[in-house]
Write a protein that binds this ligand. Structure first.
Ligand SMILES: Cc1cc2nc3c(=O)[nH]c(=O)nc-3n(C[C@H](O)[C@H](O)[C@H](O)COP(=O)(O)OP(=O)(O)OC[C@H]3O[C@@H](n4cnc5c(N)ncnc54)[C@H](O)[C@@H]3O)c2cc1C
Length: 280
């Protein structure tokens, strides 16, 4: 989806697709296409219906690679250092030039004008997956922190025996626990086919901050060792910064979440349905 021209507001995408006989011809650019450098298939969104309502102008295409109209201009260097394994698994994000890219008519996915809706649907489950990943990283970071503080002594005492250190660990434990409950609730709703947009938006932002706080605490407790590359903490610290941007930046989610709070109040006279009120 994302282009230099448009990210948070995906309806600003400029890439076009024009029907030419039995093929679509695409022109434009994309960037931050994750895993493009190792992909055999790209899923590309382009404007097929510029005169349709804003959310029905885009369609999604399956593009089989390599293809002469689809060129990886570069793999973008980010604040997360690449590892060899990460690169093999597709850890980079590419800038793509799309020039007279010919796509068979049948490769249009999910119906003409449905690109935006499909993207939103996919992103909802993507957020759940990101959330689980964030819990896993946070859990591992807290394990590393606990492992370190039971071993390391300063001023004649184990770090683990300091009240201040225990409070730091307790705060992390609380954050991870809240994160797990949020994810379970969203997964429960997903399984039942219920509308999970509000909870997902709240959790997406919460989980991105939660993992940052826990990794940051673990790094702090490791001292200079945490800042080094001798533990995975420094790499996680830079990698997870992306969580506040990908699949919609914090501000856009909070904007929508706040709007839903107001909507719930106006409809029901209480905001409960906008903050998990069905639970308790
Ligand atoms: C590591 C990584 C991997 C990614 N992988 C992919 C991928 O595979 N495919 C893909 O399509 N995209 C991908 N993206 C792109 C990502 O989805 C976009 O970066 C994101 O949607 C934000 O768009 P943008 O970067 O253009 O920021 P912009 O849209 O320019 O927004 C910039 C900032 O403005 C603020 N802002 C924007 N709108 C509002 C608003 N309404 N109210 C208040 N503040 C606002 C926010 O702070 C936002 O961060 C990836 C990004 C990263 C960092």
């Amino acid at each position: 989806m994302t282009e230099k021209a448009a990210g948070a507001d995906a309806t600003g995408m400029q890439t076009t697709a024009v029907l030419d006989g039995d093929n679509w011809v695409l022109n434009g650019e994309k960037w931050f296409s994750s895993s493009a450098s190792v992909a055999d298939i790209a899923v590309v969104m382009a404007k097929t219906d510029p005169d349709a309502p804003r959310h029905e102008q885009y369609s999604t295409f399956i593009v089989e690679l390599p293809n002469p109209g689809y060129e990886i201009v570069r793999n973008i260097e980010t604040m997360q250092p690449h590892t060899d394994l990460g690169l093999k698994l597709g850890g980079s994000h590419s800038e793509i030039k799309i020039e007279n890219l010919v796509v068979p008519r049948d490769n249009l996915l999910g119906g003409r004008g449905q690109g935006f809706n499909m993207g939103q649907h996919r992103l909802a489950y993507g957020r759940l997956r990101h959330g689980m990943h964030n819990v896993a990283i946070a859990q591992r970071a807290l394990d590393l922190a606990a492992g370190h503080v039971v071993e390391r002594s300063t001023f004649g005492k184990r770090l683990a025996d300091r009240q201040g250190v225990r409070w730091m660990l307790a705060d992390c434990a609380a954050e991870i626990y809240k994160a797990r409950l949020m994810l379970l609730h969203i997964a429960y709703k997903a399984e039942r086919g219920e509308d999970l947009r509000q909870e997902n938006g709240i959790a997406k932002v919460f989980l991105a901050h939660m993992v940052h706080q826990v990794v940051d605490t673990a790094l702090q407790l490791h001292g200079a060792l945490g800042y080094s590359q001798d533990t995975p903490l420094a790499r996680w610290y830079t990698g997870i910064r992306s969580q506040r941007l990908v699949d919609g930046p914090d501000e856009v989610h909070r904007w929508r979440t706040g709007a839903n709070v107001i909507k719930a109040y106006e409809k029901y006279g209480t905001t409960a349905s906008a903050c998990g009120g069905e639970l308790l």
